[in-house]
Write a protein of this length. Sequence first.
Lengths: 244, 244
Amino acid sequence: MIITSLENNKIKSISKLNKKKYRDIEAKFIVEGEHLVLEAYKKGCLEEVLMLENYQLKLNIPSTLVSKEVMSKLSELDTPSNIIGICKKEDKNEIIGNKILILDEIQDPGNLGTIIRSAVAFNIETIILTENTVDLYNSKVIRATQGMLFHINIISMNGLIAIKKLKEKNIPIYGTDVNNGSNVCNLTKEEKEKFALVMGNEGNGVRPIIKDLCDKNLYISMNKNVESLNVAIATSILLYELGR
Amino acid sequence: MIITSLENNKIKSISKLNKKKYRDIEAKFIVEGEHLVLEAYKKGCLEEVLMLENYQLKLNIPSTLVSKEVMSKLSELDTPSNIIGICKKEDKNEIIGNKILILDEIQDPGNLGTIIRSAVAFNIETIILTENTVDLYNSKVIRATQGMLFHINIISMNGLIAIKKLKEKNIPIYGTDVNNGSNVCNLTKEEKEKFALVMGNEGNGVRPIIKDLCDKNLYISMNKNVESLNVAIATSILLYELGR
């Protein structure tokens, strides 16, 4: 059987997952395209898939065939994929490891997704998303992670509480400061073994209330004509250096 | 006098500059917001500005007041700026300096803009955009550069011709290769003084015809779970290392 009606109850309810409100209520989210579906499947959080009639992918989970029109309704892409997956959110809230990244009010979905991809590349163990950070399960974020969100511990936590917990674990907090910071390439091996790097909002940077709690501030050496780098770029370069 | 009509000829002709075809014909482009307008003004390529009635900015060039409705028509932003500027394109075609970045078929405007910002930060002297690279004067590219497009020599050139010219200048061409490359952090000081780094399309990488001409391939050391980084991130980290 193929679902062809846009008014089908199952389709209407899945379509709602394109809104954060419903993702929060249902504790589910959508991934689009075979690569992301397979990453979610490997991770064990894929609950079911919907695919076009002529599409071939055998997975050990419930599968539903849908028409192109239905896929277009569910998809957030201009050119919809052949397959989408419904995943259950994992309920994570524990800070794991000694290499932590705190993202404070990052707003752009592409930036968040790209940063997650880089964080996995440079062996970060936990990413903490503070209040007012863009939703991790936004489709643009998921696409920009290239599936890497399934390879790292990502939790949501109030920024001040997170820093308190990290200080209790004796993990030093690193902020950024172009004027009064240390050049990141001069950090010692010891300083790179255990840290929580805080990166802030695209326009405003890290909130002062959080910045005041940093134990050390870092900067990236660059041409004086440039005030700042894109936040995803700056974060990735800092993580690259911290991982050297 | 304030222009309030969307049918005004001047407005209709400026509005066309939101399309590449007309930017090419007129050799002009639009910048939006005070920061970009001022950067263009300092660079001497700002020809005129259009601003809202209550907006204050005195520049030594022609200025026209427009209504909010007219500004909305000209703007590419959801929340239009108070001011836009019309700039003339500079006719550049010379490869300057010993630190060159070649962008081969980069498609995403945000990636191109962000890469330009990073290239200025890490002292690249010329950026070469090959055929089929997204238009430099696309509004999303310009915004993502944060005005840095006015601080660097950017030229458009056929990729093969560019590489031929660079080889004539004895500038070594660096590509990227995760499997058969050299770790970028092991480059010698000499290898960082003179180079042309080629970075490719988001999905397909550098075209084989270009890749075959590279003198050396580089890679960034990272976690094995990650196949690749976002192209703007990878470019920025490579340029950061090449600039150390």
